[in-house]
Ligand binder design. Structure first.
Ligand SMILES: [Zn+2]
Length: 81
């Protein structure tokens, strides 16, 4: 799931519940590519090849994708309101 306000769910540890709209380091917009990356890597495609095809050349952007875990659904179960 991609929300338009991705930056607002950044946690104190620096990781996020959803992929950020832009790369933290260089500011390149990356959020719109997450769904495609997630689906295709789940089908077993090579992640290096995927990142190359998506045009993510810098290691800061690549790290955003490789290290990201979608936590928003898990966190939502514990929402109090
Ligand atoms: Zn970057």
């Amino acid at each position: 799931m991609i929300l338009s306000h991705g930056l607002s769910v950044k946690r104190a540890t620096g990781d996020t519940m959803i992929i950020p709209i832009r790369c933290w380091s260089c500011g390149k917009p990356i959020g719109h590519q997450w769904e495609q990356f997630k689906e295709r890597s789940a089908k077993g495609e090579d992640r290096k090849k995927l990142l190359d095809e998506l045009g993510l050349e810098r290691y800061c952007c690549r790290a955003m994708f490789l290290g990201h875990v979608d936590l928003i659904d898990t966190v939502a179960e514990f929402k109090k309101f």
